[in-house]
Design a protein around this ligand. Sequence first.
Ligand SMILES: Cc1ncc(C[n+]2csc(CCOP(=O)(O)OP(=O)(O)O)c2C)c(N)n1
Ligand SMILES: [Mg+2]
Length: 323
Amino acid sequence: MLYYLKLTRESEFRIEKALYRQGKIVGGVYVGRGQEAIGVGSAIQLSEGDVVLPSHRDFSSFLIRGIPLKDIFCNWMARANGPTRGRENTLHIGNLERGLIPIISPLGDTCPVACGVALAMKQQKKKNVALVHFGEGTSSRGDVHEAMNLAAVMKLAVIFICNNNAYAYSTSTEKQYAIEDLAVRGAAYGMPGVKVDGNDVLAVYQTVAKAIARSRKGDGPSFIECKTFRMTGHSAHDAAEYVPEKLIKRWEARDPILRLEKYLLARQIISRKDIRELDETIKKEVDEAVAFAEASPFPKGPEALEGVYCGPDCWWERPGKES
Ligand SMILES: Cc1ncc(C[n+]2csc(CCOP(=O)(O)OP(=O)(O)O)c2C)c(N)n1
Ligand SMILES: [Mg+2]
């Protein structure tokens, strides 16, 4: 878990604070600094056949589900050999074999898709689960409520993970909803609704583990509210001047990486030297992936149209031959 927390932090740091500022990444850059424990503590315990639907701040899900770092940087830097071949330059990438559905930009729409995934699992009599991530701002959208209701009625194996990072762009939570904890909404749909310290990776792990066990038994969905804080702007262009300094200071002290390090050091599971070595390994891994992406070619103009429209090879043009 420490490895993935740190790999996520370092990769996103490069994306947001180096490559974006150097003009090597253009467009919207969303990162999950400070929120890494939610993605790590949940995705790390999934089995084969389980599916994750990340939001725009769950970079760790991509890493844990085995998307190579080189592919990720090639995609961010719009290179021809990236997964979207330079036609999309954030992380709208997925891999069904690895159980990863791409980020869906209209927020909230991932939740009904998660229901569809879980319904397919149910019809195939599989004991798999779908983990869907979304922000607290997104949780007020109708699609999320419809999906929660449907999942509860049909007892679908969906774990709704709300990353409550205190802001939806510049809107703070008091202006978003009139309840203290979003977790209470679970009960309204007939599913467990729990809140957890989203900056404590071990607590996230345990809470998600319970929800997964319940779903695998066939008892249906759960709603988990992970309380955390967005330790950056909404996007790389946003200096977040509307966020009070004292809040940032308060949450800095709860940094999920430092907390896990402290826990592991106190129990002598790792040493300071191990941590230094881990940091160096990660820096090297990211350096290599960035260098690979920088040395990779951009796509050529006409390639932009390849695969956009259906040709004779598309399975949906050949009824009955879908695989
Ligand atoms: C339906 C929809 N409305 C608005 C947007 C623009 N948008 C992208 S991220 C974002 C903020 C979402 O806040 P939250 O759900 O709390 O997630 P966070 O960014 O804080 O992780 C907005 C408004 C969108 N992508 N989709
Ligand atoms: Mg938010």
